[in-house]
Ligand binder design. Sequence first.
Ligand code: HEM
Length: 447
Amino acid sequence: MSTQPLPAGPRFAPLQTYRFIRKPSELFLDCRARYGDPFTLPLPMGNVVVTGTTEGIREVFSADPHLFESISQLPLVPVVGENSLLLMSGQRHKRERKLLMPPFHGERMRAYGQLMRDLTLRAASTSLRPGASFRAQHLTQAISLEIIIRAVFGIEEPERVRRYQQVLTSYAESYTPLLLAAVPLRRSFGGVGPWARFQRHVAELDTLLTEELATRRGHEAGHTDILSLLLAARDEEGQPMTDPELKDELRTLLIAGHETTAIGMAWALYHLQREPQTLQRLLEELAPLGPQPEPEALMKLPYLGAVCDEALRLHPVVIVAGRRTVAPFTLCGRELPVGTPIMTSIWLAHRDPATYPDPERFRPERFLERKFSPFEYLPFGGGARRCIGAAFALYEMRVVLGTLLAAHRFSLIPDRTPERPVRRNITFGPAQGAELMYQGPRQGALA
Ligand code: HEM
């Protein structure tokens, strides 16, 4: 048994928790400068060992996955439920991933290309007015939410899609950073307060999912949407998933699968306007494809891919990927006891000047000049828990961005202070939603 102390780090948990919620980037930089890497942070989920070096991240992501479990039930259970892939470990986690992955890859994923393009064109034509400002994140989130609802449930009736949109938006927004951080606040004070409000939205979504399961059970054959696949799945004993299990996985996919991608797209749109030479280069690449490019043609554009990669590098939507040890584990020569929470800092890795010269600058070219290892570039985490929606998200980002920019012109709003990332709950997004001006259809494009 190891008797080594954990790596050094700051004390006074309440202050560090506050900083982790409000300004984690500053906290990470401070700690690394003061204590080196890895360092230890006292947070509500325990004394968390953090690493942001390529070596440390490699050790965590390449280790036998059975050495770890999910980092913590605390922050996520209220939103995704106890039966979520995000919280599973061991064999159960492996089996469930196998079940959920296929729709987010290959042919099955590409089947959504036309839908992604059509929804983008429709959202732009209904919500953008020439000469008016708009929040890029509102636009991209409306698109990504409808995409994920249709992919998960296979529903097409506009009324039902709209109902899901309303319920899911209130559900996600009512789980505030305060509820995430302050467990004592997770109680209803006589039916008022943030927890009571969140619980009302929990009940609303639960009703919707109960209805969906009741109408869909028994009718799954011949359908390829994710709910049908989950309904048809059987475990080793031939048992189907129970309703509570199904509901938690559906909530997980709906929540994990839309805001994340929307934020990435909003940052990309915003930085393209701030760095005109990057926009120019992308428009030159898009030009030969005409005003309404085919999704498959967009997938072949290297600069468009680099723009998406760079947006997720500069502004990782999720800033850490966590694990908890279930066996002794050695990290950067330090023995960590069983039960130690570990975080790989995506944010620190993406800001390492040795890997990314001039790291604060939006420069997509860096992704064309060299390839980064999965331990240097990790917007989707890594190892056995790497995001199952990564390919789907990157596909969606390219199709939506390429479609928007081929058909429409945008600009910055003059005299605005630059955008900065703020915590939304688990994710980080632009504080003002990346507000831009709509300048109208691009010449030669249909309005
Ligand atoms: C730009 C968009 C996205 C980003 C930045 C992102 C990021 C992440 C990160 C950092 C993790 C944790 C990985 C780890 O612990 O190593 C994760 C896990 C996960 N993501 Fe994503 N994600 C995105 C889109 C999506 C989409 C579109 C879906 C589903 C449709 C999705 C579903 C999931 C699920 C289910 C997990 C849990 C995986 C597991 O624990 O095995 N994500 N994501």
